[in-house]
Design a protein around this ligand. Sequence first.
Ligand code: H79
Length: 435
Amino acid sequence: MKRAVFGFVFLASSIFCFTQDYVQPVPDYKPTAQNIDERNKFQNNKFGLFIHWGIYSVLADGEWVMRIKNIPYNNYKRLADFFNPQQFNAKEWVQLAKNAGMKYITITSRHHDGFSMFNTAATSYDIVDATPYKKDPLMELAQECAKEGIGLHFYYSLLDWGRADYGFGKPIVNHEPANTDWNGYINFMKAQLTELITKYPNVTGIWFDGHWERTNVNWHYDEIYSLIHQLNPKILVGNNHHLAPFNGEDFQMFEKDLPGENTTGFSGQSKVGALPLETCETINNSWGFNINDNHYKSVKQIIHYLINAAGRNANFLLNVGPMPNGKIQREFTDTLGKVGDWMRKYGETIYDTRGNIVAPQSWGVVTQKGNVLYIHVLNGLKQPYIFIPEIKWKISKASVFGGSAEVKFKQQPEGVFVYLDNIILDNIDTIIQLQ
Ligand code: H79
């Protein structure tokens, strides 16, 4: 009940905030050739592993536990004493992602609780200085990703529930929280982002979150985005602000919704823009480790999410919340292994493809690569054929992906009919290849 009321107040206040948007985009941002190249690689990657891991994991109740349980910051900070992930193994995490067919990892470097999961000189509230672990797991992960050819994005929270200079809960006056050292906070973020970008090998993106908590402050995006691109022009900047992209950003993300949909209420203002797209979703119902959350998504649900995202030209970033000991629970690793089995067989119809060729249909979606269209039949059919509208190319051949048998089809000016009466539909995805 308390949770529901909290959720309602949060949503109500965020809707209120949307009415006073204040944005400082980068004037005339022109991405470099390297950046454009990185955007293409990012789009080709299609599938990534999202990791929410922090001292909140110790309480095993999600990454919002401090707020939900009303734990005062000074009490919450004591969690750092118990965070000692002796079983963390970067190799295992990277292999897990690789075996699932994922091409990049996005990990929380600092979440809303303000705790830095990396070695930073900008605060002592970080994993090296404040925990008995004393090591930097993000450096190990970055080195392993670089070695294994896996991309690495750092999630970075703009919102901070604890720092005095953030002034959480303070009224906003003239686009700054009243009576705080707001410039000090902006400089703190710049210092940390500089560390993340210059010290860690092969970082390919920064994933901002928390903007929605204060849509009416001056976040100094003009300075922050420019700093990132100056330090490393290829880094892709994305911001989970749930709005149309701001100038200076390189990709657009959606939270728990496919682009163009708004089932969660976060994406109401989120117009789909022209940048590369990514949608993130949880493997159960939680981002951070939650010991009570058994709502595991099925292998089929996850594969469908991935295909549905690809059909809408978006990457899929699938989240797991590792345990405080550094292990990822068996339910998650089992599912990821099975998704990987599917990707080894059918990944060719997903990687390097583009979507939005044809609008999503009741039967499924279409991906495209070169002169091939992959028709993903995801849902049961009422008739023994499908109709694909909006096909401008001349189709010369239709076949079941991976097989040699040709499939009957008929092309008309309004679209293509593909006849599936002689085909046994796959329980997950029947893929028809059109040439
Ligand atoms: O990092 C993950 C979330 O912590 C963050 N974005 C993703 C990627 C996020 N922060 N806020 N929100 C998402 C939306 C807020 C949802 C809330 Fe609630 C509803 C906050 C309080 C009520 C969900 C349910 C979180 C706590 C209870």
